[in-house]
Write a protein that binds this ligand. Structure first.
Ligand SMILES: Nc1ncnc2c1ncn2[C@@H]1O[C@H](COP(=O)(O)OP(=O)(O)O)[C@@H](O)[C@H]1O
Ligand SMILES: [Mg+2]
Length: 501
């Protein structure tokens, strides 16, 4: 499709930019275009479009004319003088099936066409067998990202709330669950803070491959917890107190092991009580342990086990929506992330993707000692996961609060609508590949639109996320639906009572 003709301007065409006058009004900001040059086929991206008309250039004449009750457009051939200019950023020149840096500008007078879609697929780095996340904005081209490129290190989905992060995460999960064994299936584990992923269980296509774990029933098996990890769970202890509890824990472990028994927090508390440590240490230690006990998170063995959590081609949802206590959520995220990572290192479980909703709560930029618990393991997986096939996907609506280390180390950023200027600035700082104009477009994205940038694609791309197949969780339902359900239920209750009387 022909779109227009390259023009010469004050500063162009250059090797990085050119403008063309539009002959086809179908052209849109975000279109990929091509133009033949001596060097090869130049490929570019429409960054902006402006419209001009000399008849309407001078405000005072327009105002004066229209004041007389006359219309400029009625009496003059104003439409003949309208023209539209599109500005293009050059991505490169296509030579021998490769896109290389352009070293020669577009030719003024040359025709500009819509980029060939087959060509684009290769240029942007899509993979025919990759994960189908949606369609390239303004083009009829599926965005299929290569699994390895997306999951190799880690990625972040960032946007304000309501922009479609969880929806996109669901689409991604669907793509992962639909893979065939011969394509390589990973396991997916999601820390579902708001209980939004329950719908997978009731979806016919995915239900058989989904397990939901109720957060309130999750237990950390104390028998397997090392003194070091216990120490991390209790950051408020002094090093002397830590030493004391270490020795009690080790002694208890030996004793129980010889009998082939497991033990829980009650056993540990009893051992501390019976131990001969100083009363001044014992008192505070017991108080700390009993505060830990009130979280009701420790049991004798892990539930679920790491083997139940990570299984090839399956989704495990850790539904944390029933837990109010932040510390408990952090303990769960920290403990099970670590377990998954360690088990994967030893190749006891398949490669996995760990998705963390509300990840700013688990990898905080300004972390207190307590917050450090989950932050350190998330940063560790983000740093070292690649070597072992342990991938992490961070989802957050408060990028400002998300640890800069993890943010800047994410090698793919998927950014959806953000309007808060501080968040936009923070995203810009954590993501080098973003330029000014893209940063500006972030606030104009609509729900369900995303900018993918980084390792997963060759160039930043704007994507319309596809429709999901899985069901929405009842917890994520709109207020009007919930309100109707509530009334219907009440109505039914009333009828039941009447029938009974
Ligand atoms: N790609 C999309 N297509 C259609 N609807 C979408 C899409 N993305 C999001 N939505 C709708 O927008 C709303 C908010 O999406 P959600 O994923 O919950 O946002 P977030 O997790 O960013 O707060 C939901 O009601 C969802 O159905
Ligand atoms: Mg969400």
């Amino acid at each position: 499709m022909e779109l227009g003709t390259v023009i010469s301007t004050l500063d162009g065409p250059s090797t990085t930019d050119f403008s063309f006058v539009v002959s086809n009004n179908k052209v849109r900001k975000g279109h990929y275009v091509q133009s033949e040059t001596e060097e090869g086929l130049l490929i570019g991206f429409v960054t902006d479009i402006t419209r001009a008309n000399r008849y309407f250039e001078r405000a005072e004449s327009v105002a004066e004319y229209e004041r007389g009750g006359e219309s400029l457009s009625k009496n003059f051939p104003t439409t003949d003088w309208e023209y539209v200019i599109a500005n293009v950023r050059v991505l490169g020149v296509y030579i021998d099936e490769n896109l290389v840096r352009s070293t020669f500008p577009a030719a003024p007078g040359a025709k500009v066409n819509l980029a060939d879609e087959k060509l684009l697929r290769g240029i942007l780095g899509f993979d025919d067998k990759g994960l189908r996340l949606g369609e390239l904005e303004h083009h009829k081209l599926d965005v299929r990202v290569n699994l390895n490129r997306l999951l190799q290190k880690h990625f972040a989905i960032l946007a304000m709330s309501g922009a479609g992060k969880s929806y996109l995460a669901s689409v991604l999960i669907e793509e992962l669950l639909e893979r065939k064994p011969e394509q390589g299936r990973v396991s997916v584990v999601i820390m579902d803070v708001h209980g939004e992923y329950g719908g997978f269980k009731s979806s016919p296509e995915y239900g058989g491959n989904t397990t939901i774990f109720d957060g309130r029933k999750i237990r950390i098996g104390l028998s397997k917890v090392s003194p070091q990890i216990l120490g991390e769970f209790l950051p408020q202890l002094s090093s002397a107190q830590k030493r004391d509890i270490d020795s009690v824990l080790l002694k208890l472990r030996q004793e129980k092991k010889s009998k082939g028994e497991l033990f829980g927090l009650d056993d540990l508390i009893e051992s501390v009580q019976k131990s001969d440590m100083k009363e001044t240490t014992k008192g505070p230690l017991l108080a700390t342990l009993s505060s830990l006990k009130s979280l009701r998170i420790f049991g004798k063995s892990d539930s679920p086990s790491v083997y139940e959590l990570a299984r090839s081609g399956r989704l495990s949802v850790l539904d944390l929506s029933g837990i109010d206590n932040m510390r408990k959520k952090q303990l769960i995220v920290a403990y099970f992330s670590r377990k998954l990572f360690t088990a994967r290192k030893k190749e006891r479980i398949p490669p996995f993707l760990l998705l963390v909703e509300e990840s700013h709560n688990f990898a905080r930029e300004k972390a207190s000692k307590q917050d450090m618990l989950s932050k350190s393991i998330i940063e560790k997986i983000a740093r070292e996961g690649r070597k072992f096939g342990a991938s992490i996907g961070l989802i957050s609506q408060r990028p400002v609060q998300l640890s800069t280390t993890t943010l800047s180390q994410a090698n793919t950023h998927i950014i959806m609508r953000v309007t808060n200027p501080y968040d936009i600035k923070h995203i810009g700082e954590g993501c080098e590949a973003l330029d000014e104009s893209m940063l500006r477009s972030i606030s104009t994205l609509r729900v369900g639109e995303a900018l993918i940038i980084g390792e997963a694609v060759n160039f930043p791309v704007f994507v319309k996320i596809r429709r999901r197949n899985s069901k929405k969780s009842p917890k994520g339902e709109d207020i009007d639906v919930l309100a109707r359900k509530f009334e219907e239920l009440n109505e039914k209750k009333k009828k039941d009572v009447e029938a009974f009387l």
